[in-house]
Design a protein around this ligand. Structure first.
Ligand code: SDX
Length: 391
């Protein structure tokens, strides 16, 4: 090896870049987007305002917001030829597989470059505008329902809800409680500094690959059960506990014997937060509020609270500083909003899209070098080739 290499598996102690977008303090449980606290934004801003803030660095003026949101309205339609790609998937395809593939396919429909483009923001607008449209296709097809076209007179989140739940046989009215709950959830998922999927988006983009291919790679990384896929795993785990008589102690014990059981409490633990995930605090409170407003009584919520209580009082979790993370309660709200379990990580992707775009844009504007980490070689030393007849 020329020079020496510091091994840092999982990049636990490696700063990969400098960034002005999101600030995390894992010890204090602080999360800010461009200096604004997540608590402030989640209670006062709209998701598109937060998207603009992350991508362009400032909260938009009324004019800037008008231009931005109208630009998005003008691009919600997807090229009809994308339907041919979509129709090739088996109905059983996971929505995240479909989404990653269709976003990658967008680079075939919009091949003009980013940097060389006189209007690079058009690629940003296209992704923000079309992701919700593409996201609803899998859900409608799984039900055997016709896919809905976007309605441009609707705002961003109501338009998504319309595409998800409207049926041609009856009127559909967006419930403001549902739209507001979704606004909070999407804001809370919008960015999180150099997490696995964002690092993936940056790494792919650092080779000068196009924005769509980079975002598609991020969607694939997010799908993993240790990352965004955890929100689906949490609900499935809570359902198992419910089916098992609600005995949370048994699952706590299984998690404590992870070496033999291979079981993890999904929705617990975080690489950075060694205290409460501030997003989990907001989502937990929102779960109570939203379910009460919607008149939904979900026994899984009580099981989740019982599991949290048991874990927070168990030395194994306390020593390892394992607290509920953003994925622990989010699925309970999604479910109350009528969103099925296999769409939870798609919701995470819709929320995280502005963050991925902001981080990719910053990486390209900062002219970051192509990402190319080294390794510690542990393989064979030099040896001679042995011809087949002698092996
Ligand atoms: C997200 O990075 C981000 O910011 C991600 C995210 C974002 O917004 O982008 O916040 C979104 O991905 C949240 C995390 C969702 N994932 C899960 O809920 C899956 C369950 N959590 C774990 O797999 C784990 O906590 C991670 C992946 C989140 C973090 O893993 P680390 O930092 O590599 O920690 P680790 O796996 O080394 O665990 C440290 C110890 C280990 O025990 P020991 O080897 O020391 O004995 O804690 C244990 C682990 O076994 N442990 C758990 C556990 N998580 C860690 N034990 C039981 N249940 C768990 N959930």
């Amino acid at each position: 090896q020329t020079g020496y290499v510091t091994l840092d598996r999982g990049y636990k102690n490696t700063g990969a870049t400098q960034s002005a977008i999101t600030f995390l303090d894992g010890e204090e449980g602080i999360l800010r987007y461009r200096g604004y606290s997540i608590e402030d934004l989640a209670s006062k801003a709209s998701f598109l305002e937060v998207a603009y803030l992350l991508i362009y660095g400032e909260l938009p003026t009324a004019n800037q917001y008008e231009t931005f949101s109208n630009g998005i309205r003008r691009h919600t339609l997807v090229n009809e030829d994308m339907r041919k790609i979509f129709d090739g998937f088996p109905v059983s395809a996971h929505p995240m597989c479909v989404l990653a593939s269709l976003v990658s396919a967008m680079s075939a429909f919009y091949p003009d470059s980013y940097e060389g483009n006189k209007n690079p923001d058009l690629h940003i607008v296209r992704l923000l505008a079309k992701l919700p449209t593409l996201a609803t296709w899998s859900y409608k097809r799984a039900l055997g329902h016709p896919i809905n076209y976007p309605k441009n007179q609707l705002d961003y989140i109501p338009n998504f809800l319309h595409m998800m739940f409207a049926l041609p046989v009856e009127d559909y009215k967006v419930d403001p409680v549902v739209a507001e709950a979704l606004n909070v959830l999407l804001i809370l998922h919008a960015d999180h500094e150099q997490n696995c999927s964002t690092s993936t988006v940056r790494l792919v983009g650092s080779s000068q690959a196009n924005l769509y291919s980079s975002i598609s790679a991020g969607i694939s990384a997010l799908w993993g059960p240790l990352h965004g896929g955890a929100n689906q795993e949490v609900i499935e785990m809570l359902e198992d506990i419910k089916a098992d008589g609600g005995d949370v102690g048994k699952y706590i014990d299984m998690a404590k014997n992870a070496k033999t059981t291979g079981f993890r409490l999904f929705g617990f633990g975080h690489r950075v937060y060694k205290n409460f995930d501030p997003r989990a605090k907001i989502i937990k409170k929102a779960a109570d509020d939203v379910l009460a407003k919607l008149g939904v009584n979900d026994p899984v919520l009580e099981i989740a609270k019982g599991l949290e209580e048991a874990a927070l009082n168990d030395p194994y979790f306390v020593q390892r500083k394992l607290y509920p993370n953003v994925d622990f309660y989010s699925g309970i709200i999604y479910r109350a909003l009528g969103i099925p379990t296999n769409m939870f990580t798609v919701m995470f992707a819709i929320g995280r899209l502005p963050g991925w775009i902001a981080q990719w844009k910053e990486m390209r504007e900062q002219k970051e070098p192509i990402g190319r980490p080294r390794q510690i070689y542990t393989g064979a030393t030099l040896r001679e080739f042995v011809p087949l007849e002698q092996r």
